[in-house]
Design a protein around this ligand. Structure first.
Ligand code: TNX
Length: 528
């Protein structure tokens, strides 16, 4: 049948008008199943939140979200049998731990989940359905959602060492992560350029190691190198760390601290020269790149120090994982160091790669005994993987593939896709970045499960995360600009079932999602 132009016109007009009266909901990340029956629920000051025992935290957060968006201060109560309610219900009928169902009709709103986490994600979807509007009543379109995440590990990393970010900004990012149903915050706390976590046994780490006397200006590849002469630094007290961990937990986000070793350790060596191979005095680094000043792998005192540090870290972070870095550790000092060479001999190690593996395995053993598991960057594969380690694959996917084949858990963060320090457009007209180019499309179309793995091996891919390295990101506003909207695309990679992902639909939803980004106060990069 050939359609007549007039008929096409009628169809188009009809589609547009129905779009106008009942716009399709624009939730990011896209839920698994969604039906949009006609009608709506009228939210008003009289609506009550009615929650099951154990959901106080979620009910309270929902109250705050609603107040923020509509101005209504709703009462929340555990009393049942009320009408005109938003009901938050724990139910065994929802069969995945982070899944939920959300139903909005003329009479009520109901969110059901097996756990508080699932319920929290239902609330996040509801938030995005609720207009930002003041008035007598606010209309929320009728909907039926059944949803669950694709991956259990949905993360964002932030480097607070190259540049330091205050607690308020960390909380703002945790709120933004939660709004996108991300659940792991990888906090990169130690580096060549600064040590950012208070350790009670070694107070000099933050008195000395948290401060550098100057910082490189411009790109690291520029010659001659230029430096400012501004003292720069900062750190988190243990109290502040606990505050962040608690804030995150309320938003169902686990914080994973990263304490880098054996490389990226110059700030620690600047504090305690005995941590290095030659007891040499060095400064907290003022450049970007890979420093040769790494922990000595021969001296026992290095391990005593790191175990003391990790013991305090383990007490501060209740999550199962501690990230121990493991990336980019130049072996030049180890090759010349009598302590390291003696260690090679006594342990029967073939080379410096095996020495790095010895280092990581020893630390892993210590942390396993404390009930923790380690994550390391993919270099921890070199010289032999520690028995229980999870691998974070960053130099492409090869490390992750190799680890999965060795039956180790994997988090995929290939740098050409997951690094939000890369340019997102331009580079003309964009602020200076490290290099590379990663567009929304590059991220959106990424599938973290490599097709070369068989079904059994694929199960080891726990998920993926965006990494925010901050050599070239000096301020919170700049960080927000680099992170958004790309993190929105990442959230669908983490959450949405592959069959439900579609780029043009995502871009349309993203347009409407600006409201959410504005609510979060994000300085996102403008997009069309
Ligand atoms: C590589 S990713 C690094 C970081 C840099 C980053 C810049 C990784 C494990 N190491 O130290 O900041 O590249 O993109």
């Amino acid at each position: 049948m050939k359609l007549q132009p007039a008929f096409i016109l009628i169809l188009v007009t009809f589609a547009c008008t129905s779009e106008k009266t009942q716009p399709q909901p624009a939730i990011i990340p896209q839920p698994l199943q969604m039906e949009t029956p006609p009608g709506f629920y009228r939210l008003s000051e009289k609506t009550r939140i009615n929650y099951d025992e154990g959901l106080e935290n979620e009910a309270l957060l929902l109250t705050q979200y609603i107040a923020n968006q509509t101005g209504f201060m709703l009462e929340a109560t555990t009393e049942r049998n009320q009408r005109n309610v938003i009901r938050l219900e724990l139910s065994e009928l929802v069969d995945t731990p982070e899944g939920y169902t959300l139903q909005v009709d003329g009479k009520k709103i109901r969110i059901k989940a097996q756990t508080a986490a699932g319920l929290f994600y239902g609330i996040q979807s509801l938030r995005q359905l609720m207009p930002v509007q003041q008035g007598e009543t606010v209309k929320i379109p009728a909907i039926k959602i059944t949803d669950e995440p694709r991956f259990p590990y949905r993360g964002m990393h932030l480097d607070v060492c190259r540049h330091f970010f205050e607690v308020d900004f960390i909380k703002k990012m945790l709120d933004a992560m939660a709004a996108h149903k991300l659940n792991r915050f990888h906090w990169h706390l130690t580096e060549d350029q600064g040590w950012r976590i208070e350790i009670k046994k070694y107070p000099e780490l933050t008195q000395i190691g948290a401060w550098r006397n100057s910082t490189l200006i411009g790109h690291a590849s520029e010659r001659p190198e230029k430096f400012d002469s501004i003292r720069y630094g900062g750190y988190y007290t243990q109290e502040q760390i606990a505050e962040v961990v608690e804030y995150a937990a309320k938003r169902h986000i686990t914080v994973i601290p990263e304490i880098e070793m054996p490389g990226h350790a110059q700030a620690a060596l600047a504090t305690y020269p005995w941590l290095g191979c030659f007891d040499q005095k060095v400064e907290v680094w003022n450049k970007w790149g890979v420093s040769e000043n790494v922990y000595c792998a021969g001296k026992e005192s290095t391990f005593e120090f790191l175990e003391d540090v990790l013991s305090e870290v383990a007490d501060l972070f209740p999550g199962e994982y501690i990230h121990i870095g493991g990336d980019e550790c130049p072996k030049a000092n180890w090759e010349k160091c009598p302590h390291c060479q003696a260690r090679l001999k006594t342990e029967g190690l073939a080379d410096e790669h095996e020495l790095q593996s010895y280092f990581v395995q020893r630390i892993e053993k210590y942390l396993n005994e404390k009930g923790k598991r380690i994550i390391g960057w993919d270099e921890i594969l070199e010289g032999g993987l520690a028995p229980n380690a999870t691998v974070m694959s960053w130099r492409g996917e090869e490390g992750g593939i190799a680890a999965a084949r060795q039956q180790h858990d994997v988090i995929m963060t290939p740098n050409d896709i997951c690094y939000l320090d890369h340019y997102q457009a331009g580079p003309e007209g964009e602020p200076l970045a490290i290099g590379g180019m990663t567009t929304i499309k590059d991220i959106y179309t990424y599938d973290p499960v490599p097709g070369v793995l068989d079904e059994e091996e694929q199960k080891y891919i726990l998920g993926t995360q965006a990494n925010v390295w901050t050599e070239y990101i000096p301020t919170p506003e700049h960080a927000e600009y680099m992170i958004f909207p790309r993190l929105c695309a990442m959230s669908e990679v983490c959450w949405t079932a592959p069959g439900k992902k579609e780029l043009s639909g995502f871009m349309r939803r993203l347009e409407r999602h600006k409201t959410t980004l504005e609510l979060l106060g994000m300085n996102f990069r403008p997009f069309e």
